[in-house]
Design a protein around this ligand. Structure first.
Ligand code: HEC
Length: 126
């Protein structure tokens, strides 16, 4: 009788620990999904500090986000390529030298991050 109980306990314990494993893995996969979702706005206002020179509708040091979006849309340009310094400036080439200093930051960004920035800028096109 005693032995049967121990066997039962062992079986139960194994079941419980299997279940716990599954739950842990499940938790992990949702974690990676949330980190994968990169917010262009967060990059623009945070790490990239683009907001220091680019405001939504108003030109300050750099052209407004809306103007950049409009010109890139009209010219079917690639903001990602521009931020990698692989494409020429098309918005305000006379001020390009000021923008160029930011490539030090944008070149450390992944393609996903640059794409998120591009999507964020395009969200201002009308
Ligand atoms: C120090 C001020 C400054 C900061 C910070 C800055 N920019 Fe700019 N940006 C400019 C200026 C000035 C221009 C206009 C020159 C030009 O068009 O290249 C410009 C132009 C641009 C353009 C248009 C380029 C083109 O084709 O002419 C894009 C896209 C852009 N910036 C994106 C960004 C992003 C993304 C960030 C953040 C990672 C950023 N900028 C940070 C000053 C800045």
């Amino acid at each position: 009788m005693k032995n049967r109980y121990s066997l039962l306990i062992i079986v139960l314990f194994t079941l419980v620990s299997c279940k716990k494993d599954n739950q842990e893995n499940f938790g992990k996969s949702t974690d990676t999904e949330t980190t994968k979702k990169i917010s262009g706005q967060e990059l623009f206002e945070g790490k990239g500090n683009c907001v220091a020179c680019h405001k939504p509708d108003q030109k300050i040091i750099g052209p407004s986000i809306a103007e950049i979006a409009k010109i890139y849309k009209e010219n079917k340009g690639s903001i990602v390529a521009f931020l990698k310094e692989e494409a020429e400036p098309i918005v305000d080439p006379s001020q390009y030298d000021i923008m160029k200093t930011n490539f030090a930051i944008t070149k450390t960004m992944s393609d996903e991050e640059l794409q998120a920035l591009e999507d964020y800028i395009y969200s201002y096109s009308k």
